[in-house]
Write a protein that binds this ligand. Structure first.
Ligand SMILES: [Zn+2]
Length: 219
């Protein structure tokens, strides 16, 4: 069986299984636990289309009957998870060719499975994002705006809530059809500064793709 679970789908399954873990822990009524498990099973299957019998079998959580089995199951499942394809420094340079002295991501950043590749150039306070959208590599650079406040922010991609040193407001310049002077527009959003952690939390790519489409003027 080939890898058939995308990284964000795996994150979703893990999140739902933590719910199940809580049900095991705090719920004494086995009927409620079973109902909970059936509900979670439905939720998990719902994010997939065209599963083979073998894949469906792999996603069958009815065999999980206690918390200790959850981590083991997740480790097994992780064998069938894939992230974005590996991208070379040359591809990154090409993606951000307008950047002078582009800082490349840490070579280890692609060792783990990623939904997107994100890294920060501390010297210019910019967060770079590279993502594979339907086989095409796209990116955005996001200058980090510090407000110096203690307000909390919520990451638009993974919904994590944190203070400014964890989740920061960024704004990204959008490409537009009208390239005449003054025709720029930018969009602002909150995003995790630690992309590695964000990649472990993100359960849906809708928002990420929406932002990237906006920035790159993809209709
Ligand atoms: Zn995040």
């Amino acid at each position: 069986m080939k890898a058939f679970i995308k990284k964000h789908e795996y994150n979703y399954i893990r999140k739902r299984l933590y719910d199940l873990n809580n049900a095991f822990k705090y719920c004494v009524d086995t009927n409620i636990i079973e109902a909970n498990k059936a509900y979670i099973q439905e939720k998990i299957l719902h994010i997939f289309t065209n599963l083979s019998e073998e894949e469906k079998e792999m996603l069958d959580i009815s065999k999980i009957s206690e918390p200790l089995q959850i981590d083991k199951y997740l480790a097994e499942l992780n064998e069938y998870v894939y992230g974005m394809p590996y991208i070379t420094d040359m591809q990154i340079n090409k993606l951000f060719k307008k950047e002078k002295k582009l800082k490349l991501p840490n070579p280890n950043a692609q060792d783990s499975k990623n939904v997107y590749l994100g890294w920060i150039d501390e010297s210019t306070r910019k967060l770079f994002v590279a993502y594979n959208m339907n086989g095409k590599l796209i990116g955005m650079k996001c200058p980090i705006t510090n407000h110096g406040s203690n307000n909390t922010h919520m990451c638009a991609l993974c919904n994590h809530i944190g203070e400014e040193n964890e989740v920061a407001f960024v704004s990204s310049l959008c490409k537009t059809d009208n390239t005449k002077e003054g025709a720029y527009k930018s969009i602002g959003f909150d995003i995790c500064l630690d992309s590695e952690k964000c990649n472990e939390r993100i359960v849906t790519i809708e928002k990420l793709e929406e932002i990237l489409r906006n920035v790159n003027n993809i209709k």
